[in-house]
Write a protein that binds this ligand. Structure first.
Ligand SMILES: NC(=O)C1=CN([C@@H]2O[C@H](COP(=O)(O)OP(=O)(O)OC[C@H]3O[C@@H](n4cnc5c(N)ncnc54)[C@H](O)[C@@H]3O)[C@@H](O)[C@H]2O)C=CC1
Ligand SMILES: CC(=O)C(=O)O
Length: 320
């Protein structure tokens, strides 16, 4: 019998329902089951999305379900939990969302699930680590969205600055998906030129000092959007679909995700945003970039922010 790709989505709030909509529009999975504490909302979303099936690129089955439906899922995507209120950082959400994750991941694993987790809930790097610990799955099958969105934001900002299609901009944000993240300017290139060379090519238009402001816009983007509309959801939803597609279509795509790092970048036992090759098995390889001393120091700082924030909460939930 032909395999039918099933995605189980847990959390159908702003991020989850946008993900479901993007997944349906891009025709990525054959089956989508939606699960949420708020059953009415989730059921309403499933009904609403079903009414779009006639306009979707491929036939899909979408329903409001329960944890039992995770048993044969290829991927479980978790977007459930609290989001930031204006002024809150992602790290402020850790305690509440770890408690929520303990019950969600236990319920998923009790179904007999044996696929790949994708985590988007914040603080995403730490909750991906918690998902790995709570599930007992191999680390390459537990993936966080990491800096996939931040990298997309950087590519957008650079595309505006250089007046180029963002698909011709190659640049990464690494580290925490949060305030301590860093841009890797030493490997950023546009139209086949390093960002530094492109700036030197046109001193009348560009200035190296502008890069600081471009990065600040990327790092602080979520705060600016949350101030205006209370949540960010479309960008991350499309990033999560990109990641889902890389897995289901066995793409060997290079994406900046939150992967388990134990050695590369001089980091031990941590989930953090890094470039990785993603395919049907999950994270196939973490790519270690040759960072400059300044970038290495920023990466180390970001790793220690995550480690210090995670350790007390981890000790409460997991016997080490
Ligand atoms: N990784 C990233 O780049 C991004 C992450 N996020 C994060 O995604 C998360 C969700 O954000 P929103 O969708 O805006 O929040 P939301 O409040 O709109 O939705 C959260 C959903 O989780 C559900 N939920 C809560 N506890 C649950 C449980 N125990 N079981 C099942 N469902 C449960 C709620 O009923 C709600 O529908 C937040 O942590 C937010 O910070 C948001 C944007 C980008
Ligand atoms: C909320 C969040 O994590 C973001 O938009 O980056």
């Amino acid at each position: 019998m032909e395999h039918v790709n099933r995605v189980a989505l847990i959390g159908t709030g702003a991020v989850g329902s946008s993900y479901a909509f993007a997944l349906l529009n891009q025709g990525v999975a054959e089956e989508l089951v939606m699960i949420d504490l708020n059953k009415e909302k989730s059921e309403g979303d499933a009904m609403d999305l079903n009414h779009g099936l006639a306009f979707a690129p491929a036939n899909k089955k979408i329903w409001f379900g329960d944890y039992e439906d995770c048993q044969s899922a290829d991927i479980v995507v978790i977007t459930a939990g609290a989001n930031q209120k204006p002024g809150e950082t992602r790290l402020d959400l850790l305690e509440k969302n770890t408690a929520i994750f303990k019950s969600i991941v236990d319920s998923v694993m009790n179904s007999g699930f044996d696929g790949i987790f994708i985590v988007a809930t914040n603080p995403v790097d730490i909750l991906t680590y918690m998902t790995w610990k709570f599930s007992g799955l191999p680390s390459h099958r537990v993936i966080g969205s990491g800096t996939i969105l931040d990298t997309a934001r950087l590519r957008f900002q650079l595309s505006e600055y250089f007046q180029l299609d963002s698909r011709n901009v190659h640049a990464y944000i690494l580290g925490e998906h949060g305030d301590s993240e860093l841009p890797v300017w030493s490997h950023a290139n546009v139209a086949g030129r390093s960002v530094y060379d492109r700036i030197k090519d046109h001193p009348e238009k560009y200035d190296i000092k502008d890069l600081d402001q471009i990065f600040e816009q990327v790092r602080d983007a979520a705060y600016h959007i949350i101030e205006r509309k209370g949540a960010t959801h479309y960008g991350i939803a499309m990033g999560l679909v990109r990641l889902t597609k890389a897995i289901l279509h066995n793409e060997n795509a290079v994406l900046t995700i939150s992967g388990y790092v134990d050695g590369p970048y001089d980091v031990r036992d941590l989930y953090i945003g890094v470039p990785a090759i993603v395919n049907r098995k999950g994270v196939h390889e973490i790519i270690e970039l040759n960072l400059t001393p300044e970038e290495k120091a920023k990466f180390a700082n970001s790793a220690s922010v995550l480690k210090e924030t995670m350790t007390p909460v981890l000790n409460q939930y997991v016997s080490v």
